[in-house]
Design a protein around this ligand. Structure first.
Ligand code: PGA
Length: 251
């Protein structure tokens, strides 16, 4: 059985002090939950402080991106080893906002994945189509290309350690949620693609989160779908009580 995973992507919100307070709220509410992997992903600047808060609880810590090189002249970038020493267990890769605004491509997502895995970070790799792509009927092609490009050269063993997040771009931060049926269909399709790239077993083993306007009142129905293994939560992860309610929906 796949263990559900619910991750909070705080994006560019919460200075260190606010992050620490929010992390405390999350730990108080769901810091003892074992049946769901709970992860929070603050901005880089708050990682160390939040690491101190989640220590000793079941809440994991993640970063929102990383560079593929281990050090060097890459102004503004952060390497996997640096994230590990800040206490990170996870890293989000290829979020659609990184793809849209910061030029990330399947190829650079793949490079990051190839650096994160051997470093021992658990990657959460995001894929998903834009509204235009959905309307022109190419959702499956887009997602297939993203998964195939992202996993290029990754062994089956490593692939099964990756968490995928299916996030239709048109549902992120818009209040528009993909229906549970639309989402379930894409999740099942992603398993098929992984099955073709690796094996049915790996296709069934990889955890696939849904992301895009998940709220306490729609989480139950989404997480109730057979192929949805939790969620990547943006806006609703910025309040401990709504994030905790979403975590409970995955129990
Ligand atoms: P949202 O963001 O929950 O605010 O739609 C999700 C995400 O971008 O990961």
């Amino acid at each position: 059985m796949r263990k559900p995973i619910v991750a909070g992507n705080w994006k560019m919100n919460q200075d260190s002090e606010a992050a620490e307070a929010l992390a405390r709220g999350v730990v108080e509410a769901v810091g003892g939950v074992e049946a769901v992997d709970v992860v929070i992903c603050p901005p880089f600047t708050a990682l160390e402080r939040v690491a101190g808060v989640v220590e000793g609880s079941s809440v994991g810590l993640g970063a929102q991106t990383m560079h593929w090189e281990s050090e060097g002249a890459f102004t503004g970038e952060v390497a996997a080893g640096m994230l590990l020493t800040c206490g990170c267990d996870y890293v989000i890769l290829g979020h659609s906002e990184r793809r849209q605004h910061f030029g990330e491509t399947d190829e650079t997502v793949n490079r990051r994945l190839k650096a994160a895995l051997p470093a021992g970070l658990a990657p959460i790799v995001c894929v998903g189509e834009t509204l235009e792509q959905r309307q022109s009927g190419v959702t499956e092609d887009v997602v297939r290309t993203q998964v195939t490009g992202g996993f290029d050269g990754i062994s089956g063993d490593d692939a099964s350690k990756v968490v995928l997040a299916y996030e239709p771009v048109w549902a992120i931060g818009t209040g528009e949620t993909a229906t549970p049926e639309q989402t379930e269909a894409v999740h099942a399709f992603i398993r098929e693609v992984l099955g073709q790239l690796y094996s049915d077993e790996i296709g069934q083993a990889v955890r696939i989160q849904y992301g895009g306007s998940v709220k306490p009142d729609n989480a139950d129905e989404l997480f109730g779908q057979a192929n949805i293994d939790g969620g990547l939560i943006g806006g609703a992860s910025l309040k401990a009580d709504s994030f905790a309610a979403i975590v409970r929906a995955a129990l």
